[in-house]
Design a protein around this ligand. Structure first.
Ligand SMILES: Nc1ncnc2c1ncn2[C@@H]1O[C@H](COP(=O)(O)OP(=O)(O)OP(=O)(O)O)[C@@H](O)[C@H]1O
Ligand SMILES: [Mg+2]
Length: 221
């Protein structure tokens, strides 16, 4: 489902350049649930970004669900991301001025669903994440943990084949964390392919298999 061959990502040029990913090769089978751990700055977010095509790798090959991510045009990649991938950003990337519902509905605007259907789908996933009383609240008024759950809702509302989640429970209490991880377990049971970044051993304990990245290299596979 996700296949990387010798993927390198270098930021900058010359003596100021930084190798964030250093010849990474990995294979994530369809339907598998993979944890990704590593210290701050080890390259975890960069790895998710190159898998989704948000960031172009400097070298190497990336194939995701039959798409050659390295050679695809920007337009093709945008469509692929919308259809295939749910992405939970570490820093949420929500619009503070819009409500939880408006933020969650966003990826559905690019699909052929009616407004009422979009709002129903978004409300359902927000309800499941324990935000039924915040659906019409502006995101700027929500707590960090609530924002994190809106970000997760937005990633899941399109029922993507692949969920790439960057520390999706880092800011929520253990009850909400448990809830979010239960939902991810269910999605996994339903066949979704999941890559979950975390450096919390308690979270990774629940993940069937975890790889560790250190200075841009996979050290434990
Ligand atoms: N746009 C960028 N320009 C320059 N350097 C970058 C850029 N993005 C990331 N880096 C560098 O690449 C390295 C890997 O960063 P990355 O964000 O992937 O780490 P991470 O493992 O996700 O860390 P954290 O756990 O703190 O989120 C870091 O040294 C970072 O400073
Ligand atoms: Mg990161």
């Amino acid at each position: 489902m996700i296949k990387l061959d010798n993927v390198t990502k270098i930021f900058g040029r010359g003596k100021d350049s930084l190798t964030a990913l250093d010849h990474v090769s990995m294979n994530v089978e369809e339907g598998s649930y993979l944890g990704l751990s590593g210290r701050s700055g080890s390259g975890k977010t960069t790895l998710l970004n190159v898998i989704s095509g948000l960031e172009r790798a400097t070298a190497g090959n990336i194939n995701v669900d039959g798409i050659n991510v390295q050679s695809a045009t920007d337009g093709r990649l945008a469509a692929f991301r919308n259809k295939t991938i749910g992405f939970v950003f570490q820093s949420f990337h929500l619009n503070d001025w819009e409500t939880a519902l408006e933020n969650t509905v966003l990826p559905l605007l690019l699909t052929r669903t009616s407004r009422s259907e979009r709002e129903k789908l978004a409300a359902d996933v927000l309800n499941r994440l324990g935000l039924s009383d915040k659906i019409d609240s502006r995101v700027g008024t929500l707590s960090t943990g609530q924002c994190q759950r809106v970000a997760l809702a937005r990633a899941l509302v399109t029922k993507p084949k692949i969920l790439l989640a960057d520390e999706p429970t880092a800011n929520i209490d253990s009850e909400a964390e448990n809830e979010a991880l239960n939902i991810i377990d269910e999605l996994h049971a339903g066949g979704m392919t999941i890559v979950l970044v975390s450096h919390d051993p308690k979270v990774l304990e629940r993940v069937p298999r975890t790889i560790t990245i250190e200075k841009g290299r996979i050290v434990k596979y």
